[in-house]
Design a protein around this ligand. Structure first.
Ligand SMILES: [Zn+2]
Length: 85
């Protein structure tokens, strides 16, 4: 029996491999408009919020700043935008 329901690896920022680091860089790129402005700026620090999918399959947004600088985190709402608290 083959397990075909393998989930896409979530983008946890622990770069144990170059691949996950590259994926993270791509996510940060995707979080910006073509002119370099964040699509969803972080309400705390203004950096781009990066969309990821949790292991349970729900979307969430995480600040792209270093965790020591800002650890803002929010779930995505029904329209896929960062949930405002
Ligand atoms: Zn932030």
């Amino acid at each position: 029996m083959r397990n075909t329901t393998e989930k896409v690896k979530s983008g946890e920022p622990d770069f144990e491999s170059q691949k996950s680091f590259d994926e993270w860089k791509q996510k940060i790129k995707d979080a910006h408009n073509e002119d370099g402005t964040p699509i969803h700026p972080c309400p705390d620090c203004g950096k781009a919020l990066v969309k990821s999918v949790s292991r349970k399959g729900s979307d969430y947004y995480k600040c792209s700043a270093k965790k020591a600088d800002c650890d803002f985190f929010t779930m995505a709402d029904d329209e896929g935008n960062p949930e405002q608290k």
